[in-house]
Design a protein around this ligand. Structure first.
Ligand code: WTA
Length: 572
């Protein structure tokens, strides 16, 4: 165990000054009083995030600095209020109602954020889709959720199988020109005609807000449903963990297609009335540092893969830029190597604060705080109001330093409220005695710091993106040459894990590098680029259980040269 400790930042006052004291006395009821709905009980997260500030003293404060290689724009809270009102009116006019699912499938742009907020304002449930998804991935999600509406761009439209989706009634296109068939609408034309006055749909705290599809080790991606009540956690973790203050310029590098890009790319900053930087385009060290410098970013939330790539690019690149505005750095999504934290101290003269959560938890649950000593390699301690523990498979708590299931006491504000249309699946996350079982294994030290050990299941975290092996295997076997496929995460120094596929070929096909390339391209174009295996290995036969299930654990043991363990269930 690492004895290394990095001292807290004492140069300023933080929201969470005394962890122990706050942890002992904190009650979520206190946070609820911050909201306008505390008395009425009726709520709307988009109102709280935008309109409340626009109607108060932040009307002309910049809410959004947007930029990509071709575009640069800024919107105040007042402008964002008006635009999202207009989009709410557009949706109402075409017949979208409370509870309907509206998906947004486009690259980051101001329109994406306007659409997201407008959807929420009329009480519809928003489903953000990562722009890299190909047709199969888009279809699965629209079909499962029964989406009525999609907001997309002309460039991405051929990945939306509109004609195969009987429940999909409306397609709103951002950009492009020319006549459109029935059921299609041009964003720009509709917005021009729409009023900036909107009657907000006041919903219950437990009404649906957002649907994020995420991967497990088996089955298709599942729709994790979050409700408006989650804003309590987004507001408060924005204070305690991101340490957001009035004059901060905040940048979260995640795409809203993933939960970090909404919980902490939309809700936490805006609920706190803070200026939010959105940078479109792909990762590039110079581009990222230039973004920090240009906007004088103060709080920066990113992922271990990005920090490892920045480390790979070298300290000299960092030193070319003036990064002195940056006062607080955070990381989520995969284990943050102590090595990276140490490098951050050298390159940025700042601690990188690891924190832990997942799509299902809706918000941060375990974290390092600016006011707390930081142990490189540890995810930190549970936020006040959250009870975290290590339990065995029956839900019995384990003593310090023993490895087990990382578990959370049920009932934190941003906990998922359903897996879309899969009640049994939802229930399977919880033990009878009230623990949420995360699927991660970890241990807790004597001081209450949690240390990540690995996934209990086969879920792959590659470059911070969560990929289910089953999805990739299913796509692989659709390729005419592939008979069977088994997919694992292979440890990688930069990406955390890379996807490796073991493939057996059908009669008449011979292994070749060309075929590898073709199979890889197949997954890339049919599912998503980030889900395509970086390595493919041909095998005559794959290890399977007697019931025919591919034993990924054996594949992994082969790959890593580890003992294969109990093979009693394996067929000959
Ligand atoms: C992993 C992303 C180690 C973990 C917000 C979890 C982490 C999964 C950490 C969720 C961390 C997240 N250290 N591993 N600090 N944070 N993970 O749903 O395995 O995309 O279960 O949510 O990422 O991934 P998801």
């Amino acid at each position: 165990m690492s004895a290394e400790v990095l001292a807290p930042d004492t140069t300023r006052k933080h929201h969470l000054q005394n962890y122990e004291e706050t942890y002992r006395h904190f009650d979520w009821k206190e946070v609820e009083k911050n909201f306008s709905w505390y008395e009425t009980g009726k709520v709307n997260a988009a109102y709280e995030a935008i309109d409340r500030h626009a109607e108060g003293n932040r009307r002309d404060k910049v809410a959004l600095f947007y930029s990509d290689a071709n575009r640069e724009e800024q919107l105040t809270f007042g402008e964002l209020k008006d635009l999202s009102n207009q989009f709410g009116n557009v949706l109402r006019k075409i017949g979208v109602e409370k509870g309907d699912r509206v998906f947004i499938f486009m690259p980051r742009s101001p329109e994406l954020y306007v659409s997201l907020l407008g959807t929420v304002k009329i009480g519809a449930i928003v489903g953000p889709l990562f722009e890299a998804f190909m047709e199969g991935a888009v279809r699965d999600r629209l079909e499962d959720s029964g989406a009525s509406t999609i907001v997309t761009t002309p460039e991405l439209l051929d990945r939306v199988p509109v004609d195969d989706l009987p429940l999909l009634e409306h397609v709103i296109l951002v950009g492009g020109e020319g006549e459109l068939p029935d059921g299609y609408y041009r964003y720009e034309d509709e917005m021009k005609r729409a009023s900036t006055e909107l009657e907000i749909e006041w919903v219950d705290r437990e009404d649906g807000l957002i649907l994020h599809y995420t991967s497990g080790s088996t089955g298709k991606p599942k729709g994790v449903l979050h409700v408006h009540n989650a804003m309590i956690q987004h507001l408060q973790t924005g204070k305690w963990v991101l340490d957001l203050q009035e004059d901060d310029i905040y940048w979260c590098t995640a795409d809203p297609g993933w939960v970090t890009g909404t919980s902490y790319g939309v809700w936490a900053p805006w609920l706190n009335g803070v200026t939010n930087v959105i940078r479109g385009g792909r990762f590039d060290p110079d581009d990222w540092y230039a973004t920090l410098e240009k906007y004088k970013v103060t709080v920066w939330y990113s992922a271990p893969t990005a920090f490892r790539m920045l480390m790979g690019a070298g300290e000299a690149v960092a030193k070319k830029y003036d990064l002195s505005s940056v006062r607080h750095i955070l990381s989520v999504g995969e284990p943050l190597n102590p090595e990276v934290v140490r490098w951050g101290m050298k390159a940025y003269n700042r601690r990188i604060h690891d924190n832990w959560w997942m799509t299902e938890t809706g918000g941060i649950l375990i974290s390092n705080y600016p006011s707390m000593p930081l142990k490189p390699g540890s995810m930190g301690r549970p936020i006040p109001g959250v009870v975290a523990s290590i339990v065995d498979d029956e839900g019995n708590e384990l003593p310090p330093n023993e490895m087990g299931n990382l578990a959370i006491r049920k009932g934190w504000p941003s906990m998922m409220r359903a897996i879309w249309n899969r009640e049994e699946k939802y229930k399977s996350y919880f033990t009878d005695n009230g623990w949420y079982i995360s699927g991660d294994s970890a241990y807790r030290d004597e001081e209450g710091y949690f240390w990540f050990q690995g996934r209990v299941d086969d879920v792959i975290m590659t470059s911070g993106e969560r990929v289910g092996p089953f999805e990739v295997e299913s796509k692989l076997v659709e390729h005419p040459a592939v008979a069977e496929a088994g997919v694992i995460g292979k440890p990688d120094p930069v990406r955390g894990e890379i996807i490796k596929a073991f493939v057996s070929l059908r009669e008449g096909y011979e292994p070749s590098d060309e075929l590898k390339g073709e199979i890889r391209q197949f997954v890339k174009t049919k599912l998503a680029a980030h889900a395509a295996p970086r390595e493919i290995e041909f095998k005559d036969k794959l290890p399977k259980t007697r019931s025919g299930k591919i034993m990924r654990r054996v594949l992994k043991a082969w790959e890593l040269d580890l003992p294969t363990g109990d093979l009693s269930t394996m067929e000959d």
